[in-house]
Design a binder for this molecule. Structure first.
Ligand SMILES: *Cc1c(COP(=O)(O)O)cnc(C)c1O
Length: 217
């Protein structure tokens, strides 16, 4: 099961982030033994606890909302933060990464869904960050791409349009001149319910939980 899913995404050239929130260490180790190395969590505390107990060659992704006062707990080890939704938060990550002598890779979260519960920035807010002097002077973060979540709906065309819009924004930002331009190549979109459409629309990183580990209780 683990092997088959892993192979499927490898063949498509898409990076699979296995979303392990609520699942125990033993489950994560099963996937690890099957060759999985990218794991995603949406809560800081759970991420830190699992990091401490699990093999150190795992690449940990923070995919959920991040509060500024919790940034310091993950900057020592996190591989990719998907959920940067303000310049203030980015500044905090840069500051804490500097204390750890690290360069931390991040994605800017674009709001594509109509639902108010889903966070993220507009295209113009993202462009403002990319154009800002504050960001151009940050030496301890790298903007590596965008993350987005589509509306939770059965309307597949609606979802497709949101992903298509996200890919267009991604291309427009790639055209801009900024210090991390050469690292800007990750488009993190697609979950268990919508990854097929996301990949058709240009995703190269998917965040998949229930398809791999079953439903969360
Ligand atoms: C939980 C979660 C996922 C994975 O959801 P599944 O439907 O279980 O695949 C992906 N992205 C984010 C931000 C999540 O919180």
């Amino acid at each position: 099961m683990y092997e088959a899913i892993k192979k499927k995404f490898e063949e498509m050239g898409v990076t699979l982030v296995a979303v392990t929130k609520t699942h125990p260490i033993s489950t994560i180790l099963e996937a690890y033994d099957a060759g999985y190395r990218n794991f995603g969590e949406n809560r800081v505390q759970e991420l830190v606890e699992k990091y401490e107990e699990l093999p150190k060659d795992i690449r940990w992704h923070l995919i959920g909302n991040l509060q500024r006062n919790k940034v310091k707990y993950i900057t020592p080890f996190v591989s990719l933060i998907h959920s940067i939704d303000s310049l203030k938060l980015l500044k905090e990550v840069n500051k804490e990464a500097s204390k750890n002598n690290r360069v931390v890779d991040i994605l800017l979260q674009l709001k594509i869904a109509r639902e108010d519960t889903k966070s993220g920035m507009s295209e113009s807010e993202i462009k403002q960050i990319v154009n800002s002097t504050a960001y151009s002077e940050m030496e301890n973060i790298r903007i590596c791409g965008l993350m987005g979540m589509a509306t939770f709906t059965d309307d597949q065309e609606w979802v497709r349009n949101e992903f298509r819009f996200m890919k267009e924004v991604f291309e427009r930002i790639k055209e801009m001149n900024f210090k991390d331009k050469i690292f800007f190549r990750i488009l993190s979109m697609g979950m268990s319910g919508d990854y097929t459409i996301a990949i058709e629309e240009g995703s190269n990183m998917v965040r998949i939980g229930s398809l791999i580990f079953g439903n969360r209780t």
